[in-house]
Ligand binder design. Structure first.
Ligand code: PEP
Ligand code: MN
Length: 462
């Protein structure tokens, strides 16, 4: 998937592992306060699942993780841009070839729009192949007078509102591992097997509904085609266009799962969480002296932290000290999700403090999570205009401070769902009744995602 100079077989042997890592400090989190963890119904099933996960092969490889760290360092310097997108919560049932390929195609399309518009390399990363665990604001959910455990993502329990489905079943961790493996397998095939070849830029648009963003993409694809034909006649070598790097990421919420998939890299002797290339800490689990920050401070992967509107400059500095004490380029990403109402006021003091400290983090905007509202007909939604406004605010703040707006983190899908309001072919509340599919937060659909990419490309090229 990455590190193309090394054959997949060589990458595997250089990082092949057996057994969960044993490394000083890796279990320190167990004695710290921890929130948002399941209460597994059967301890024997839990022990068996962890034992099995601990000896299964890594899902990603240490060499790939190191490549990503370099790419993110470039983005932090303003020499690349991170595009990170996917479902709020992946489900086992939706891990089908059609759904996965629609999402990958949409991310590739967005990346083309951004690369062409901004003339910058785009780092492509899915909230995919492992985004199965969800933090919840309440432990329970009540419907029609019946109270059951809240849905915590397919890795913990089922979405169906029955006591059996909502029980916390540790065997689901194994299914999450295998679903991640088959998702990654398909992504690797798409991105390494010629499907992502830039010369096929038109075909990625096929099968999606015709709409204004679709048409705009077609005309951009024609321009790219002309440029490629021109370069071709000049004798350019297009071998490199056949493959693209694509990285996997998820929220590192379920620490038993992350711990069981951590391996010591035989090249460096250091622990890598091999469940994904990039892991982030959510807004609800970023307390400094708690388990999540401790655990992620001990693995070599690049780490993200979500920062909500209550974040102070000092909070950010303390997170840097804990997660990136060496100030290593590419190690730490701050994903801000302040809300459109707040970003212009709340983000500048945080960025200023970090800049004054000399630390160089990658700043990414998540314009989704600070802008969630409930529609009149009872759906969790977001207005496309609010999402756009937060993105604009993010660019304005960084431009004013002379810092780098380095990436976009989105909840999106390649499917024609109706979950977020608005867009140039507007989605209204009535459409939710038929086309709202998310089991958690609302996602931009294919058209809204492309529109967002055109908009960000415009901001980046200014
Ligand atoms: C998420 O990314 O789905 C999420 C729960 O985000 P946050 O931690 O920012 O609320
Ligand atoms: Mn979400």
């Amino acid at each position: 998937m990455t590190d193309l100079s090394v054959s997949p077989a060589a990458r595997f042997t250089s990082t092949a592992q057996s057994g969960a890592a044993d490394y000083p400090g890796l279990d320190n989190w167990r004695s710290l306060p921890i929130s948002q963890q399941p209460s597994w119904s059967d301890p024997d099933v839990f022990r068996a699942a962890i034992a099995e996960l601990s000896i299964l092969p890594p899902l990603v490889f240490a060499g790939e993780v190191d490549v990503l760290r370099e790419r993110l360092a470039a983005a932090a310097r303003g020499e690349a841009f991170l595009l990170q997108g996917g479902d709020c919560a992946e489900t086992f049932g939706a891990a089908t070839a059609d759904r996965i390929s629609a999402r990958v195609k949409t991310i590739l399309q967005m990346a083309v729009v951004l690369t062409y518009g901004a003339q910058l390399p785009v780092i492509k990363m899915g909230r995919m192949a492992g985004q199965f665990a969800k933090p919840r604001s309440s432990d329970t959910e009540t419907r029609d007078g019946v109270t059951l455990p809240a849905y915590r993502g397919d890795i913990v329990n089922g979405y169906d509102f029955t006591p059996e489905s909502r029980a916390h079943d540790a065997a689901r961790m194994l299914r999450a591992y295998h679903t991640s493996a088959s998702t990654l397998n398909l992504i690797r095939a798409f991105t390494q097997g010629g499907f992502a070849d830039l010369r096929l830029v038109h075909t990625w648009n096929k099968g999606f509904t015709e709409n204004p963003a679709h048409a705009r993409y077609e005309s951009l694809a024609r321009e790219i085609d002309r440029a490629i034909k021109f370069m071709d006649s000049c004798g350019a070598d297009f071998e490199a266009l056949k493959r693209v790097e694509f990285f996997a990421s998820h929220e590192a919420l379920l620490l038993d799962y992350e711990r069981a998939l951590t391996r010591i890299d035989s090249r460096t002797g250091l622990p890598y969480d091999t469940s994904a290339h990039f892991l982030w800490i959510g807004e609800r689990t970023r307390e400094l002296d708690h388990a999540h920050v401790d655990y992620l401070s001990r693995v070599r992967n690049p780490i993200g932290v979500k920062l909500g509107p209550s974040t102070t400059g000092d909070d950010a500095l303390r997170l840097i000290d804990r997660l990136d004490p060496e100030r290593e380029p590419g190690r730490l990403t701050f994903i801000t999700r302040m809300g459109a109402q707040n970003i212009r006021e709340k983000l500048p003091p945080v960025v200023e403090k970090v800049t004054a400290s000399g630390a160089q983090v990658l700043w990414v905007t998540d314009p989704m999570h600070g802008n969630t509202v409930t529609s009149r007909n009872g759906y969790k939604t977001r207005r496309f205009d609010d999402v756009v406004d937060e993105v604009r605010g993010f660019f304005e703040v960084h431009r004013a401070l002379g810092t780098v707006p380095g990436g976009l983190h989105m909840e999106m899908t390649g499917d024609d769902v109706a979950e977020c309001l608005g867009g140039s072919d507007p989605i209204d509340e009535a459409a939710f009744e038929d086309r709202y599919e998310s089991v958690c937060d609302p996602r931009l659909n294919h058209m809204q995602s492309l529109e967002m990419a055109f908009l960000v490309a415009g901001s980046l090229s200014k």
